[in-house]
Structures are given as C-alpha cells and as structure tokens.
Design a protein around this ligand. Sequence first.
Ligand code: TXA
Ligand code: MG
Length: 352
Amino acid sequence: MVKFYAMDRVKTKLLKASEESVRLAVELLKKGEVVAVPTETVYGLAGDSRSPDAIRKIFEAKGRPNDNPLISHICDMEMFKMVAEDVSDDALKLAEAFWPGPLTLVLKKSSAICRESSAGLETVGVRMPSDEVARQIIKLCGFPFSAPSANTSGKPSPTTAQDVYDDMNGKIPLIVDGGECDAGVESTVISMVGKTPVLLRPGVVTKEEIETVLGKRIRLASGVKNKIKNDEVVLSPGMKYRHYAPSAKVYILIGNLQKFKKYVENYAKNNENQKIFVLCFDGEEKLFGCKTICYGKRNSPKSQAHRLFSALRELDRQGAEVAFARCPRQTGVSLAVYNRLIRSAGFDVVRL
Ligand code: TXA
Ligand code: MG
C-alpha cells in the first residue's frame, strides 16, 4: 500500500520541557511518530532509528534528499553497542573524551539501525547528546532516535523551539521546548572507519581538541572549507547540498573594516532599491550606513556559533534581500562558524 505522509496536516503542539511533555514525546516516538526535541547543538527532528516508517516521516517533514543519512542519538554506552560495530580504540577514546556532548562518530553500522536512516550506507553517525531532555527521552524510549536538524531542508538550523515551529508547524505532532540551544551549530562529525580519522563537519568540539586526545593529526575533508567539485567523491552526503541559506543573498567579504565599509557603501549607492543588511560582530552596528544584524563578539567564536543561525533567520524576518557578512577565522570553533557561513553564502566570497 502506498502511504501519503505529506497530505496529512497535523496540529503541532509546542510544549515546554516537563515531565508531561517528555512523557508525550516518548509515547509518540514509541508509536513511530516524529517529534522535535532540544539538544545542546540545535533542535533535532527525532524518530525511532529502527523504524523505516518513522525515518520516512522525518525525510518528508524536512523535504530532505533521501541519500543524506541521519545521526543516531544514544543515551549510554549500553545503547552504543546496539548501533555500531568494529569500534576502534581511537573511536572509544573520542567517545570517552567528548560524550555526552556535540561529537558524532561515523562507524560501521549494526543491523539495529534501519537502512533508511543511514541512506543505504554501511556506516552510521552516532552521538550521545548532553542535553538532559534529549537524554531523558532516549532513556525512556529504550531505543536510539535518528535526528537531523529540525529545519526545512536548506534553511538555517533551528536554535529555538519557535524556529522549529516556523518550519514544522502542521507537519509534526509535537515540539518540546527546551529553551535556546547552547552551542548553536550542529555537532562535529568525524569518520572513524578509515585508517586516518577524517573531520567531515566542524563543530564546537574542534579539530585541535580531537588531535590532542588522539595524539595524532587528522584529515580535514575537502568540502569543509571549499565547494565540492562536480566530479569529487563526497565522504559525507550532506556536503553536497545547499545549506543554511536564508532567502537573502549572502556574500562574505574578506578584508579590513575600512575596505568592508567602502564596498558596502558603493554597493548601496548602485543598488538603492535593495534591502541591504550587514551581518557584523557586536559593537560594529553603527559603522555602516545600512541595517545590521550582529552575530556575536569578534573575539569569541563560541558566541558567533551560538548566534549565527538565529542571525540568518533574522535576515528573513526583516525582509533582507542582500547581506554582506564579516568573516570569522578558520581555526578552532571559528572553523565551524566559517563552514556554516560559507554555505549560507553559496560559497560567494569577495576578497577586498
Ligand atoms: O548536532 C547535530 O548533529 C544535530 C542534532 C539534532 O543532533 N543533527 C544534525 O543532523 O545536524 P543533520 O542530519 O542535519 O546533519 C548530519 C550530517 C549530514 O551532513 C550527513 O550527511 C552527515 O552528518 N552524516 C550522517 N551520517 C553519516 C554517515 N554515515 N557518513 C557520513 N556522513 C554522515
Ligand atoms: Mg541539518
């Protein structure tokens, strides 16, 4: 029988995290439904990792290409054994150092995870979130949930329950509101299946921290800082897709403040009818002759990570047509900020 999920508009409840809402989330997940839950990175759209039906509902609600695998979320090492096989000593070292927390390990998949969740791959991304609400839900379910970020595919990831509501209203039965997410960018993803670990997606657990724990250098996948070429083999399907993009056209301008200011002024002079915004660091908002949205302190990569996605969503709320962004650094936590920003700009970087 063919099932049509997209047709059914459901009433979406938005409930503050509590014993009652957690219980409802667990009940729904056990029935194979999809529920939005808070995590310490971004909100996730959770469904039973073992259930092809639940996983199809996740892809449907997000409009996600079905070759892009999901991360399975676990609550303890007992559950870890359920989801992954052939776990190397290096992978265990990272789990011990960074779990619970914002690190995803790509490992050999066990048969407990359905193939829809891993998009047909032999591997599975696994992470143990530190968010108490997420952990409680997994624990009470007794099975891992798969959860991509709870945004419509291509849009910035949601860092508040309201962001999730804006994208998912009418598509899922429940959003559990756990407040603002701590990190603000998604987990660091690292592949542990080859000889050398490969960083597929930077996050607040940094390349440098991982190298310190492992006592050796790891590789950075080529798609982290640059656009994947058409004929390139991708290690992580998510790298191929347009991402984190607001409706406004974003450009990253690399250069000092003086040159940045001049460039924006010139652009504004030649494009008087456009709604132009600058995405800048805190305290810079008065420097430009146009509207600005700040995305954190210049010298605090964590504050930039925390605020980038909400700043991108704010561009849409204010009807921005073009946005020029100040450029973060490319090391430590800033690498995660740069990685998201450059995708939201469709890799359009102007060197001044
Ligand atoms: O912080 C996070 O990781 C959030 C929260 C909800 O946990 N989740 C999240 O999921 O960001 P998602 O689906 O939006 O991003 C997962 C990324 C994708 O780029 C996907 O391609 C990659 O991880 N990925 C997942 N499983 C993989 C695998 N087996 N091999 C390679 N890449 C994988
Ligand atoms: Mg995502």
